[in-house]
Design a protein around this ligand. Structure first.
Ligand code: HEM
Length: 438
């Protein structure tokens, strides 16, 4: 990859002229007005041909059943051609700069058979039997973070002091990245997932981006992010090839496919997806879950009275927050869905947050209930790309609340919670709380 790449073009900005513009608009995700858009479309046009200004057209898939049907038919609906919503200028620039539709070749950018072969390298690491071995260490990290909250006195920003750092520490421990590099990894992730939010990106010292553009209409330097990450993980690969350890980085660095070592681009992409997918998602769920418990004191009381409800409550938090708002697919053949013809080459955007509020699947979908039967949510996706880290995410969130809830005497909002402005991975960026410990 060359550092001499042509600068990314300037994105003219998001508009709000039609419902099609609204569905991609980061501001609506921050205010959660997006639920009005989703609900209207679920009712009136649940498979909606969408043509926002400055984006290539795509079908918005709003219903739970349709999301599952598209994901199940992975031979027809592929990932490699278009993975995320990105303005047309960004997509064209990546194609011109890299000769490919993606900068990285992560699991979510690939299709079988290569996807499955790469996934198989680390799959067992992320399955419950292996995670069981890590349970105590994760509980210890949860305890450290709750201790930190207690040490801060009676008030803190739960996102900035606890929720952002805890899953980051866990995933870095699993990856084998030392604690002193955590701030760097956090910065990279936040700029990859939430480039539109100046509050989030303002803390950055390196200019980075995901191939998206900022909501302000500036373009940011995608190539710099890629180079920074390539440089960082290049050193990790060299080290683990020489000195393999019991960590995921060693599994990736020494991974073999069909008798050959995996390529450098694949290895880098692998680190990047595990490192990035593994923390903002979980931290958003933990802070969003806490906010719902505070807003619904009866649910908080129910859970505190019976921590056996915790695994279910965690699932409800994941449904509620749905931190990954969408992934995309492209049709490789004509296909009829909901009576409409999807044409070969058409893009589809799977709106998971809409699927998780689908009235046909969830009773009172806008009520947060810790004892809801929630097993069918699509927050982790479905099918062959089903989230690799889902068992880990569940264990982390459960460990945190298992430590926090019995120790809390009281907790309430101490200011206005705010969400990030992003249409891909989003959640709370600030959650001021006032509390006392027992
Ligand atoms: C609450 C937390 C999380 C949520 C809601 C979430 C959600 C998702 C979603 C929606 C997908 C795409 C699924 C699809 O296309 O069907 C995905 C894929 C993935 N997630 Fe997660 N994730 C979470 C946590 C994690 C964690 C902790 C890791 C750590 C390893 C992780 C690693 C991955 C990977 C590697 C993939 C790609 C899998 C593939 O393409 O085969 N995720 N996740």
């Amino acid at each position: 990859m060359s550092s001499q790449a042509e600068a990314m073009p300037t994105f003219p900005g998001y508009t709000r002229k039609t419902i099609d513009d609204e569905i991609v608009h980061p501001d609506l995700y921050a205010t959660e007005e997006i639920h009005d858009v989703y609900a209207k479309l679920r009712k009136e046009d649940p498979l909606h041909l969408t043509q926002p200004e400055n984006f290539r057209p795509f079908w918005s898939v709003l219903k739970h059943a349709d999301i599952q049907e598209v994901e199940k038919n992975h031979q027809i609906f592929v990932n490699r051609l278009r993975t995320y919503l990105s303005p047309k200028q960004g997509e064209d620039w990546i194609l011109k700069t890299t000769g490919d539709t993606h900068l990285f070749r992560t699991l979510v950018d690939l299709d079988d058979p290569i996807h499955m072969k790469l996934r198989a390298l680390t799959q067992s690491w992320f399955m419950p039997p292996n995670l069981k071995k890590l349970e105590e260490r994760i509980a210890g990290i949860a305890k450290d973070h709750v201790n930190r909250m207690e040490d801060l006195g009676s008030q803190c920003d739960f996102v900035k002091e606890v929720a952002l750092w805890y899953p980051l520490r866990v995933i870095m421990m699993i990856m084998g990245v030392p604690p002193e590099d955590e701030a760097f990894m956090l910065r990279m992730t936040q700029e990859i997932f939430g480039p539109g939010d100046p509050d989030v990106t303002a803390t950055a010292t390196a200019k980075t981006d995901s191939g998206a553009f900022s909501a302000e209409g500036e373009s940011v330097d995608l190539m710099q992010t890629a180079l920074a990450l390539y440089d960082y993980f290049g050193k990790v690969t060299a080290d683990r090839r020489k000195n393999p350890r019991d960590d995921v980085a060693s599994v990736i660095a020494n991974g073999m496919i069909d008798g050959q070592p995996i390529g450098d681009r694949e290895a880098m992409s692998y680190y990047i997806i595990v490192a990035t997918a593994g923390h903002d998602t979980t931290s958003s769920t933990a802070s969003g879950g806490l906010l719902q418990l505070m807003k619904n004191p009866a649910e908080m009381a129910k859970l505190k009275a019976d921590l056996g409800l915790l695994p279910n409550a965690v699932e409800e938090m994941i449904r509620w927050v749905t931190p990954v708002k969408h992934f995309m697919r492209t049709a490789t053949a004509d296909y009829t869905l909901r009576g409409k013809t999807i044409k070969e080459g058409d893009g589809l955007c799977l709106f998971y947050w809409s699927g998780n509020r689908d009235e046909d699947v969830f009773e009172d979908p806008f009520k947060f209930k810790v004892d809801r039967n929630v097993s069918r949510h699509v927050a982790f996706g479905y099918g062959i790309h089903l989230c690799l880290g889902m068992h880990l995410a569940r264990m982390e969130i459960k460990s945190l609340f298992n430590e926090l809830l019995p120790r809390l005497k009281s907790i309430e909002l101490a200011g206005e919670p705010k969400n990030t402005r992003a249409n891909f991975v989003s959640g709370l960026k600030t959650l001021p709380v006032r509390y006392s410990f027992a």
